[in-house]
Design a binder for this molecule. Structure first.
Ligand SMILES: NC(=O)c1ccc[n+]([C@@H]2O[C@H](COP(=O)([O-])OP(=O)(O)OC[C@H]3O[C@@H](n4cnc5c(N)ncnc54)[C@H](O)[C@@H]3O)[C@@H](O)[C@H]2O)c1
Length: 311
């Protein structure tokens, strides 16, 4: 198996490390020549400044696209047209119509397309997903997410809804096994060019609700969620990977092995290419997340709820 990586920035360097550990890293590409050289030399693989040059010179099965969101569409089209399997970081594209184009192109060329909704591979999300599926603590009624961080200064092309809240939008869809029919959001900006704080409310059928609160204002890192079920409240920390289950009479702390979600995510992509396992993040689900993010932005601009009809 041969995998190339496009984009070797702050986040992409983690994927390169894992691809190299797994013995599949074949080449790297970054328009920043210093970066592509640094990582090419560090991991002893060919390095390119241009995707076109890489496509001419390298033979490979799949690619990871870890570049700024606004560049995903152009890069992914080239790779899919070359009939390569593609993993694109979140959000898959800036516009949902572009995401739809990628889904169609991948289907036409019979290749895999997936997106980096990494929390699906976080052991705490997997644990809660199993509890919900088995109805271990009754029905899941409400989800509440908190994601706070210092402003990531290098992110210029999108605001907090597209960059950060999308993780929780995807996790809410995954845990409810549904998509919302209504989105209401309020957002604003203090320091960033785009919105840097937002609260998004997603309404699912049977009055199920997800509340997503994200900001780049607080100087600390918080990534938590709670799942209100009919028989217990499950509180989870995405970072420490700790889970607490509060029931009427007792509190339970389940044992959960800490794992690196990025490793599990990349292994899932490689396993699908090899025909060994099923794809976890389907491309149409990633397009739905972008649609919901678009609706959240529109809702916050207009001050009205936006109704959706997602498949
Ligand atoms: N899943 C997660 O938790 C997570 C976390 C951080 C970032 N991300 C996503 O990863 C992506 C990259 O984020 P980042 O923080 O690494 O950004 P970054 O700016 O640190 O790195 C992006 C890299 O891509 C390169 N690049 C830009 N255009 C290119 C092109 N056309 N061809 C090749 N290289 C190009 C840049 O030179 C840079 O080195 C974004 O989509 C972001 O949303 C996901």
């Amino acid at each position: 198996m041969k995998i190339v990586q496009i984009g070797t920035g702050g986040w992409g360097k983690n994927h390169i490390r894992i691809l190299s550990q797994l013995g599949v890293l074949t080449a790297v590409c970054d328009t920043d020549s210093q970066r592509s050289k640094e990582y090419g030399e560090k991991y002893s693989v060919n390095h390119y400044e241009s995707l076109d040059d890489l496509l001419i010179s390298e033979e490979f099965d799949g690619a990871l696209v870890i570049t700024p969101t606004s560049t995903h569409i152009e890069i992914a089209i080239k790779l899919l047209e070359a009939k390569k399997h593609v993993f694109v970081e979140k959000p898959m594209t800036y516009k949902s119509e572009d995401g739809q184009k990628l889904v169609r192109l991948a289907e036409k060329n019979k290749v895999i397309l997936t997106c980096g909704y990494i929390e699906r591979f976080n052991p705490v999300v997997s644990l809660v997903k199993n509890y919900v599926k088995e109805k271990k603590f009754g029905e899941l009624i409400m989800l509440e997410f908190h994601r706070e961080n210092r402003m990531p200064l290098h992110i210029k092309d999108v605001g907090i809804i597209y960059d950060t809240a999308v993780h929780d939008i995807d996790t809410a869809n995954w845990l409810f096994d549904d998509t919302p029919y209504v989105v209401f959001a309020r957002a604003g900006k203090i320091k960033h060019e785009h919105e840097d704080f937002a609260s998004v409310m997603l309404g699912y059928k049977n009055d199920r609700i997800a509340i997503i609160s994200s900001n780049w204002i607080t100087p600390k890192k918080v990534r938590t969620f709670s799942a209100v079920c009919t028989d217990a409240v499950i509180t989870s920390d995405f970072i420490s990977q700790q889970v607490k289950i509060e029931k009427k009479e007792e509190t339970e702390i389940p044992r959960n092995e800490k794992q690196e979600p990025l490793l599990l995510e990349i292994q899932n992509f490689l396993g699908v290419i090899e025909g060994k396992n099923e794809l976890v993040v389907k491309s149409h689900e990633a397009v739905n997340v972008t649609r919901i993010a678009e609706a959240a932005l529109l809702s916050s601009q207009k001050g009205i709820p936006i109704y959706l009809d997602l498949k």
